[in-house]
Write a protein of this length. Structure first.
Length: 452
């Protein structure tokens, strides 16, 4: 699977650090962040490791902030005309989508593997790490390993969890390295394949070549057959329709809004939506923008904004899970006998389950209201037909966040991470850096390499 960066340690290599350790713990606990299947570059770690095992995500975490993408896109189209650029395709159908797609910005045709995911990647040419554990994705990596370097490519495309359909615009990933990891005592069995890759271009998906690979039967049998598609490379970034003065004015507006937002975050405004160790990474994760960022490095700049959106999403998940855990533990301790861990929601009394269900619905609504979606808005950016339209929509996204941060409800919020109900500082190691610091040296082989 794959994911998107969030703020913390946005490096491209694994560096043992407090931030990395926290993300690893968060990943194992929630199935998100470092090992997420959805967009997961965050400020915690920019060397996004994407895990394709969605089932483990669902087992580890009852609640996540994935939304019904196609339904939400249809709702947003009523107020945001740019959403009309989104088109969807049933991967189990072999119908050509050429006639339904009126985009004239496609040129070179190609065939390549299709990788449907609950995430959107910008063609920023930054490095990502995808951890493949499903049979079909392992088989895809094995097949691509034997291709020449310029043919080691596949297309990641947004997949809707509500309809099962995929977007008709995807991102081409060029493989840099393939790391095959086998079971330690069963050398013939592949445990996982880690693929280092770079998003380098956008394409229109024209035709699904083997739609049976997306059938329910294929999924239930966990078939190793992966989707393949005929695609056309897009040239939309080279298309200019408006006059240069209009584009310059939009760029100036974006720069003003973005740099204002950056200063607001660095001064503490809006940080109630972030965890302390993510706040510390803001200065590095949100660099100042100049005109060249939006002209020469447009997609890299968009990815930086997407990283902030993903960071807010992951922090919201942590806060929500913290609230749910408090209810679970309180309900479990109220029972007679020993406290059995892990606590399963089905073992809780009806009152506790109802309270958690209501909290999840509220958390979902609150998250959507923030307006920092790291997925759908960015799929719109990929789908819009030319540079000017993309720039306008990016301006809308960033302006919306500035208005939110400058609103009185945000400005007057206390600095730091507070519980929305008690209005008291949140408790626990996620929200208190001192709990991560040890004042005594750790002893033993785990902490002393010389013992080994």
């Amino acid at each position: 699977m794959a994911s998107i960066p969030a703020y913390g340690d946005l490096t491209s290599t694994y560096q043992p650090s407090l931030l990395f350790s926290r993300l690893a713990i968060l990943s194992l606990f929630f199935g998100i962040g470092l090992f997420n299947e959805a967009h997961s570059f965050t400020l915690f770690d920019k060397n996004v490791l994407f895990n394709d095992n969605k089932s483990s995500l669902l087992k580890l975490n009852n609640f996540n902030l994935d939304t019904a993408y196609e339904l939400l896109a249809n709702e947003r189209e009523k107020d945001q005309p740019a959403y009309s650029s989104l088109c969807w395709l049933d991967p189990a159908s072999s119908i050509n989508v050429d006639d339904d797609n009126d985009n004239n910005n496609s040129t070179t045709a190609d065939e390549m593997p299709l990788y449907p995911i609950g995430a959107t990647y910008m063609p920023s040419k930054t490095t990502h790490l995808i951890n493949n554990v499903k049979k079909r994705n392992i088989q895809m990596a094995l097949d691509l390993e034997h291709f020449q370097d310029d043919r080691k490519k596949f297309c990641v495309v947004l997949s809707c969890i509500d309809t099962g359909r995929i977007a008709t615009v995807g991102t081409v990933m060029s493989i840099v390295n393939i790391d095959i990891q086998k079971e330690p005592y069963e050398k013939d069995n592949i445990r996982r394949i880690k693929v280092t890759c770079r998003p380098e271009a956008t394409v229109d998906i024209q035709h699904i070549m083997n739609p049976k690979a997306s059938s329910w039967e294929s999924k239930l049998r966990d078939s190793p057959e992966y989707l393949k598609a005929q695609v056309m490379y897009r040239t939309d970034m080279h298309t200019r329709t408006g006059n240069e003065d209009d584009i310059k004015n939009i760029i100036l507006s974006v720069l003003d809004d973005y740099n204002t937002i950056r200063n607001l975050y660095l001064n503490g405004t809006g940080t109630q939506f972030l965890l302390p160790f993510a706040i510390e990474a803001l200065e590095k994760g949100l660099p100042e923008w100049t005109k060249s960022n939006l002209v020469e490095d447009f997609w890299l700049s968009v990815e930086q904004w997407q990283t902030l959106c993903q960071t807010i999403r992951q922090c919201q998940l942590v806060m929500h899970s913290s609230d749910v855990n408090e209810i679970k533990i309180a309900a479990a301790r109220a029972k007679d006998g020993y406290l059995n861990l892990p606590i399963h929601i089905e073992d809780l009394p009806k009152s506790a389950r109802s309270e958690i269900q209501a909290m999840e619905g509220k958390a979902q609504e609150n998250y959507i209201k923030i307006g920092m979606d790291p997925c759908l808005d960015f799929q719109v950016l990929l789908s819009l037909p030319n540079y000017e339209e993309k720039l306008k929509f990016l301006s809308t996204m960033i302006s919306r966040e500035r208005q939110r941060l400058e609103s009185s409800s945000i400005i007057n919020e206390p600095k730091g991470v507070y519980d929305e109900v008690s209005e008291q500082p949140r408790k626990g190691a996620w929200f208190d850096d001192s709990k991560w610091e040890s004042h005594q040296p750790k002893n033993g082989a785990w902490f002393d390499d010389s013992v080994w």
